[in-house]
Design a protein around this ligand. Structure first.
Ligand SMILES: [Zn+2]
Length: 178
């Protein structure tokens, strides 16, 4: 049975990005809890979270949790800020032509098909959680908190539900081959 680790970015003293009355650490937790719920209804996967409360979890601990579980997939949830708009996904540099790259391609496409926002592309970056995890790992930047347009979407409960469902469906599809 594939083991999936969902990582809600930031938490506790580390609030992450802010904008338009939205706080990243709260939103990432909201998303992972919903994605976990949807994935659990599908069965045949073991779902774990790196945090399920508003607590600070050091980056090393997040990858350690996934490595100790011998998990098959690590998905880190974030929201952007800094004057842009849209969606982007990240994997560790140099993994484009590996299973990790295939997973990014699939998830990015599935999410963009639903979002219909600006596609900022599939990216590579040396983020700690991507570097330290031993299994395929992807980091999602789900829209910009400091964009009025993006924040309006993220404030809608139905949008959060549907995006969570979309991500869960994508993970379930990928998990079949893990
Ligand atoms: Zn973040």
């Amino acid at each position: 049975m594939p083991v999936i680790v969902l990582d809600a970015g930031h938490g506790g003293k580390d609030i992450g990005a802010e904008g338009n009355d939205l706080i990243e650490k709260k939103l990432t937790l909201q998303f992972v809890l919903k994605v976990e719920k949807y994935l659990n209804t599908k069965g045949n996967m073991s779902i774990h979270l790196t945090r399920r409360k508003d607590v600070f979890v050091p980056l090393e601990n997040r990858s350690q949790i996934a490595n100790r579980l011998n998990s098959n997939l690590f998905v880190s949830f974030h929201h952007n800020a800094g004057g842009g708009t849209g969606f982007e996904s990240y994997i560790y540099p140099g993994l484009k032509n590996t299973t990790t790259g295939e997973i990014q391609k699939q998830m990015h496409k599935d999410i963009m098909t639903f979002l219909k926002v600006r596609d900022r592309g599939r990216k590579e970056e040396d983020f700690a959680v991507l570097r330290q995890t031993k299994m395929p790992a992807i980091l999602l930047e789900n829209l910009f908190l400091d964009s009025v347009m993006d924040a309006e979407l993220l404030k809608k409960a139905i949008f959060v539900d549907e995006l969570s469902q979309t991500i869960a469906d994508s993970i379930a599809k990928i998990a079949v081959n893990l």
